[in-house]
Ligand binder design. Structure first.
Ligand SMILES: Nc1ncnc2c1ncn2[C@@H]1O[C@H](COP(=O)(O)OP(=O)(O)OP(=O)(O)O)[C@@H](O)[C@H]1O
Length: 383
């Protein structure tokens, strides 16, 4: 097991910057997810850590030791890919044995079947068998060891790919969207299995995904990466409740966060669609801000008594909860409010209702930089 430290990594392809001064510290035994939209550079960073790609600038340490000059095989990390990358002509057993044979047997012993019968190679093969059988039992694939990859389902193939990584006892596991080829139901199952595996092995996991829900449910911490930069690193609940950047607030959470354009007036109040809300915030020089709130942090009320009034434009029934979409005059995007089934069941499309906002739950972002502006109380909670 080992920590991974990435310092000031930059990388460009054909002059196009992909990663810009990325620094990350993944603690020994931690499950850290790199999450961000497609094309933001997540896989490139993972490949640089694994040694499959070379950075233009910056350094990588694994277990406190620089690995910049080491080839992938010497870095002692195991990659698990979305495509599984299994050898199609080998059985599950031989796929799992391949990295062990590669590491421990000579080319001669690997190359000739008969050479494996020599005493030293036989002792090694017996060790491999114990390791592979124990791992296969742990992953529930013991009955599949003689099959070829083509005779397996997607979930079974992904378990074989995990098994092949586990038998090596690497210092860290690097996983690149390992669930994205699985259907939704299987994804949930294998997601839980990977979390359990992490707890059981206690190993360092660096996990790449574009699925924020996947990152939120599995990780100790999440690093949100966009346009080649790390915007925020923190525990899932921290990045959800206390986003440092509007792009993070928009990316994390489902249903999406509500964002409305507003201003901060001279008294530090937020002015939203012509109504003022007490906030006590230092205004940016231009005064313009984006005000955001989660769908469960606001409510609906009687239109007669409300500060903001809108029309119900859409109703999404999620079963347990209902999402009410509210069109507000002067706002382009509808606001989404989550209500319980009992409350929302009487709402109808076209109803005129009030929006009840709790100013303590408002998140304020500088309109120009997208950076978070906190009230003194929020600053205290964050520190
Ligand atoms: N070898 C390469 N040569 C040129 N461009 C590349 C190369 N590898 C990646 N890129 C480009 O770098 C950018 C980042 O790619 P990367 O695969 O790291 O993104 P990602 O965040 O993992 O995306 P996804 O979630 O779609 O896999 C993309 O625009 C991609 O086209």
């Amino acid at each position: 097991m080992a920590s991974i430290t990435v310092s000031d990594i930059s990388k460009a392809f054909s002059g196009q910057p992909i990663l810009r001064d990325v620094s990350l510290d993944i603690r020994d035994g931690e499950f850290l997810s790199l999450v961000g939209p497609s094309g933001c550079g997540k896989s490139t960073l993972l490949r640089i850590i694994a040694g499959l790609e070379e950075q233009d600038h910056g350094s990588v340490e694994i277990g406190g030791r620089s690995v910049d000059a080491e080839r992938p095989g010497r870095r002692d990390v195991a990659m698990v890919f979305q495509s599984y990358a299994l050898y199609p002509h080998l059985s599950v057993y031989d796929n799992m044995a391949a990295p062990l044979r590669q590491r421990s047997l000579t080319q001669f012993q690997r190359g000739f079947g008969l050479a494996r019968l020599l005493p030293k190679a036989r002792r090694k093969e017996a060790e491999f068998r114990r390791e592979i059988e124990a791992t296969a039992t742990m992953l529930g694939i013991s009955g599949l060891l003689q099959r070829k990859p083509a005779q397996l389902s997607g979930g079974q193939r992904q378990r074989v790919a995990l098994g092949r990584a586990i038998v090596r006892h690497p210092k860290a596991f690097l996983m690149d969207e390992p669930l994205s080829n699985l259907d939704a139901k299987l994804r949930d199952t294998v997601r839980a299995e990977i979390s359990a595996l992490h707890r059981r092995l206690g190993a360092t996991f660096l996990y790449v995904t574009h699925d924020q829900a996947e990152a939120m449910t599995m990780s100790d911490r999440i690093a949100i990466i966009m346009e080649g930069q790390v915007l925020q690193i923190g525990a899932p609940s921290d990045v959800y409740h206390d986003p440092a950047d509007l792009r993070v607030a928009r990316f994390i959470g489902s249903p999406r966060i509500n964002v409305l354009a507003g201003e901060i007036d001279g008294s530090g109040r937020a002015v939203l669609l012509g109504r003022a809300f007490d906030l006590d915030i230092a205004p940016p020089a231009h005064g313009k801000v984006q005000l955001a709130f989660r769908p469960h942090d606001a409510g609906l009320c009687n239109a007669d008594t409300a500060q903001l009034v809108g029309t119900i434009s859409h109703i999404e029934n999620l079963g347990s909860d209902i999402l009410i979409h509210l069109a507000l005059p002067g706002s382009e995007e509808p606001v989404i409010i989550r209500e319980s089934h009992e409350t929302a069941i009487h709402r109808r499309l076209g109803d005129s209702v009030g929006l009840k906002l709790d100013s303590k739950k408002l998140l304020v972002f500088d309109e120009t930089t997208g950076k978070r502006l906190r009230t003194p109380a929020q600053t205290e909670t964050a520190s």
